[in-house]
Ligand binder design. Sequence first.
Ligand code: NAG
Ligand code: ZN
Length: 256
Amino acid sequence: MYLYHFSMLLVTLLAVVAVAGATPAVPRAATAMYNPDLFQGDIKGIAGQEPGKERAAILGEQYLWPGGVVPYVFGNSVNSYERSLIISAMDDFHARTCIRFVERTSQSNYIEIVSNDSGCWSYVGTIGGKQRVSLDSNGCMYKGTVIHELMHAIGFYHEHCRNDRDYYVTIHYENVQAGMESQFNKDTYWQYVGEGYNYESIMHYGTYAFSVQWGVAKTIVPTDPNVILTEAYDKLQMAQSDANQINNLYRNQCSF
Ligand SMILES: *[C@@H]1O[C@H](CO)[C@@H](O)[C@H](O)[C@H]1NC(C)=O
Ligand SMILES: [Zn+2]
């Protein structure tokens, strides 16, 4: 009996210690991506569309990059290490999709990649003229994050906001920070470009996005209990379904 009580006490103590010890701070890579003031955390604007009319992939050929060619420039603050990281992310597109990032010469529509702004964010689709992709030196310099933001720039939204997402994930609103519920709004109008929902998509957020308690209170929980969601910044490449969707979206633009 004594032994029983003692071991229960020990178990309780250990549990308390474990909970206290297992409350990690939000990683900077997550804070940088989950911006409270941006649409779905990291979308600065949408080509030709009002928030609320968003799609899994942008609708309208005029919002795609003609020929699948995306001219880019680096802001002055992007150092040589960051440039090579960003180019390695672009290489994932080059190896697996028809998208081509090219150094801008005189094109009027292009992306300017900056590292001196706050947070990781992009516009969705081509908005005309110069548009920024922000890859904050403090938190965004991960290959997966770069691929994610560049995929927004070519016209994609988030996987976990797909209109069919409720079959695949449960959003635990009780664990979402107050006021951040709309970060999980589903796409109202959408087009799918040939692929089903994929937990592995580089456009899928992790389990603690906008959580009241990182590492403890889950906000996005897969319906399939065997699935563990990975943060975009922990991914090393886009999923094959991402590559397929890019090629499908750009089928009229790219000449293979
Ligand atoms: C950040 O970099 C961009 C591109 O080089 C530049 O135009 C802008 O002035 C910089 N902003 C600050 C706050 O330094
Ligand atoms: Zn995003």
